[in-house]
Design a protein around this ligand. Structure first.
Ligand code: ZN
Length: 289
């Protein structure tokens, strides 16, 4: 970690960028926006990162899911296999560093685009899950929410041995995996226990909007903060990028730590391309408590 102060125009180099992020955090009141890049070190690959899979296949859309049983069967069959990897994933050094920064007041709030629940598992209980969380299930008919763990037990009972025959490829950030159609056809979906309605993971699908009150809450967190720090997001989707634009418009400094370029780079006063776990751990040390 560099200790000497750097010139302002050099804030996009690795050392100078880290130094600028450290200064930002030392000033406290920083709202953090995290993305899939923060969870790759927990074994959950990024859609769009260096090993991303978005080019090969798009995730299921909301429209496909609500259109009929076939789409839902495909979703739940694949998710049933992928869920194990999500359920056993553990927070990494990056999540722990974010919690340390929050606990010591340098970070004022955490907004995440991830649905893996790893911020909460690291102790950041009030992290705002912009796109919801995979550990909850919601009924589209009676709106009752329930634990994914309970649904998982029911799906195991309905589809005995399914996971053993399903040879999954790499799991995706939304708990999806690739499965052959022949296997998907035999999968049995579980209805809502309360009303027999359609169950959906409590996450925002592609093609679906983030609930307005949640978006509003995030804008308020950005408004109350002194600066915005983006961690592990390429800001490809507007649901995250709008907060970067909002902060920049309000004249608040924006810093980005992400491996690779992002759609928000032109708004960033500091830009660092480093593995998240090591970079964030270094930042917790250098900015003190
Ligand atoms: Zn229901």
């Amino acid at each position: 970690m560099p200790t000497q102060s750097m010139s302002h125009e050099a804030a996009d180099g690795t050392a100078a960028g880290l130094d600028a992020v450290a200064r930002l955090l030392a000033g406290r009141g920083v709202v953090v926006l995290t993305g899939a890049g923060l969870s790759t070190e927990s074994g959950i690959p990024d859609y769009r990162g260096p090993t991303g899979s978005l080019r090969h296949r798009l995730p299921m859309t909301y429209q496909e899911f609500v259109a009929g049983e076939e789409g839902r069967r495909r979703y739940w069959a694949r998710s049933h296999v992928g869920w194990r990897a999500i359920a056993r994933a553990e927070p990494n050094a990056g999540h722990r560093a974010v919690e340390e920064l929050r606990r010591t007041g340098r970070v004022s709030a955490v907004i995440t685009q991830n649905v893996d629940g790893l911020h909460r598992a690291a102790g950041t209980l009030d992290a705002v899950e912009l796109h919801g969380g995979l550990e909850r299930v919601i009924c589209l008919d009676c709106r009752r929410t329930s634990a994914r763990e309970d649904l998982d037990r029911r799906l195991v009972a309905l589809n005995h041995g399914f996971r053993d025959v399903a040879t999954a490829t790499a799991v995706k950030p939304d708990g999806d995996v690739e499965l052959p159609d022949s296997l998907v056809h035999g999968f049995r979906v579980a209805p809502c226990e309360a009303c027999g309605g359609v169950l959906k993971p409590d996450v925002v699908f592609f093609g679906e909007s983030v609930p307005k009150p949640r978006v509003q809450h995030c804008y308020e967190l950005v408004d109350a903060a002194r600066a915005l720090l983006v961690l592990g997001s390429s800001l490809t989707v507007m649901s995250g990028l709008r907060f970067v634009r909002h902060a920049a418009r309000a004249g608040k400094p924006v810093a980005i730590v992400n491996q690779g370029t992002t759609r928000g780079d032109s708004y960033a006063a500091a830009r660092v391309s480093l593995p998240l776990g090591a970079a964030l751990t270094a930042l917790t040390t250098v900015t003190g408590t």
